[in-house]
Design a protein around this ligand. Structure first.
Ligand code: PLP
Length: 427
């Protein structure tokens, strides 16, 4: 399916029914799978045969949807997780242990920041957060001998900072480690980070991929390009035998194209069990079928909204990478020439108080922690998703106390703009 265009992949990749089989991806709502003999099942446990035995590790519905996302990103292997948080945790923990270190862009989703800076720190994994626009010297200085990965977001939520993917990928590769990128906001319709040197892509599928606020979910895709075997001392988990599977060495048995995802499935899903429900995978697939239609509409509506509020007397500033003159416009044009995303951020004159009055006045846009949905929604991050960050961390993440995050939906844009205008009149 890799030869098809993205729109065709959105509909067809990952599942081609044989004659007489269901046209839709079937929901295999079963925890377990029957085998004719213990030997046949034993081969699965030794990773000698392919197949399903328990949905905590793998399920055919989820795997078909993962295969679609894999094709859309242009990867070699992919897996679904129960959430975007699980995807980012697994993506790092699959190659890092206590005592290891990761370089991460500071401009990332608040929940990911907390996962890295608090929870994974408790597991003994340390993160150095760098300004995505830092100097080359600062970027270099962030690396340590025990650094195992570099992490960033294509378009940071909610700062809307477009990452210089090639620069971060190069820095990672110069230090012999992979570059992991969260591509949630751009989606593969807007940007395929593997084409710019990224090695592993993660997603919160909860956002545009599902697109209809149906199901929380995540995905991890491997480009298959990072050569773990060049650095066996750094990545022993991939390059030396795993005794919990009778001594299998993932890179030897599954090749560069399959080692990373296979290890994440058979170790991390086995032990942590952050598996999506087959029904959720089914819903995600329905969302994916229209991703290529929804994203251009999100981008067009968001650009119209950004242009409108930019000239509004009650608006202090606007940030939207597709807007001419935006700080990240050049990077956006390079990495996402067909549009970035539907999220626009701006500050209402009068700071936090004015922002709260504006939020209270909105009628069509719903106040929701959700983002990247077909229906317009709005959030004040400093008092919600990012409330655990200190003032300094808020600044580093590019999230001021006055920042409003408007997730522009696919309604008629005139109605979205009218809603904004009437709410601003109340400020
Ligand atoms: N990554 C990004 C960029 C996000 O915006 C989010 C959630 O907002 C996540 C990861 C976490 O995903 P989830 O809420 O599906 O766990």
């Amino acid at each position: 399916m890799h030869d098809h265009q993205k729109g065709t992949q959105c509909l067809h990749a990952g599942y081609v029914p044989a004659s007489g089989e269901p046209r839709n991806i079937p929901i295999i709502q079963s925890t377990t799978f029957r085998y004719g003999s213990s030997e046949a099942m034993g081969a699965l446990f030794d990773l000698e045969a392919e197949g399903y035995f328990y949905t905590r590790l793998q399920n055919p519905t989820s795997d078909r949807v993962a295969a679609k996302i894999c094709a859309l990103e242009g990867g070699t292997a992919a897996m679904l997780t129960s959430s975007g948080q699980a995807a980012n945790f697994f993506a790092i923990f699959n190659i890092c242990s206590a005592g290891d270190h990761v370089v991460s862009s500071a401009a990332i989703y608040g929940g990911t920041f907390n996962l890295f800076a608090v929870t994974m720190k408790r597991m003994g994994i340390e993160f150095t957060f760098v300004d995505p626009n830092c100097s080359q010297e600062e970027l270099e200085a962030a690396f340590r001998p025990n650094t195992k990965a570099v992490f960033g977001e294509t378009i940071a939520n909610p700062a809307l900072i477009v990452l210089d993917i090639e620069r971060f990928a190069k820095a990672a590769h110069d230090h012999g480690v992979p570059f992991i990128i969260d591509n949630t906001f751009a989606t593969p319709v807007g940007c395929r980070p593997f084409e710019w040197g990224a090695d592993i892509v993660t997603h919160s599928t909860t956002k545009y991929m599902d697109g209809h606020a149906n199901c929380v979910g995540g995905a991890i895709v491997d480009s298959g390009k990072f050569d773990w075997t060049k650095y066996p001392d750094k990545f022993p988990g991939l390059c030396t035998p795993d005794e919990s599977y009778h001594g299998v060495t993932y890179t030897e048995r599954f090749g560069l194209e399959g080692a990373y995802i296979t290890k994440a499935v058979v170790q991390l899903m086995r032990d942590f069990g952050a598996t999506p429900a087959p029904m959720n995978a089914y819903f995600l697939n329905i969302g994916l079928e229209t991703l290529h239609l929804r994203m251009p509409r999100h981008c067009a509506n968001a650009l119209a909204v950004a242009k409108h509020v930019k000239d509004h007397p009650k608006i202090a500033w606007v940030s939207y990478p597709d807007l001419e003159g935006d700080k990240y416009h050049e990077l956006a044009k390079k990495y996402m020439p067909n549009g970035t995303c539907g999220v626009v951020t701006f500050g209402v004159k009068g700071g936090r108080k004015a922002a709260e009055t504006f939020m209270a006045g909105l009628k069509l846009a719903s106040i929701a922690t959700h983002v990247a949905d077909a229906k317009t929604c709005v959030l004040h991050p400093a008092s919600s998703t990012h409330r655990q960050l200190t003032e300094a961390e808020l600044e580093a993440a590019g999230v001021g106390a006055d920042l409003i995050r408007l997730s522009v939906g696919i309604e008629d844009v005139a109605d979205i703009i009218a809603d904004i205008d009437q709410a601003l009149e109340q400020v």
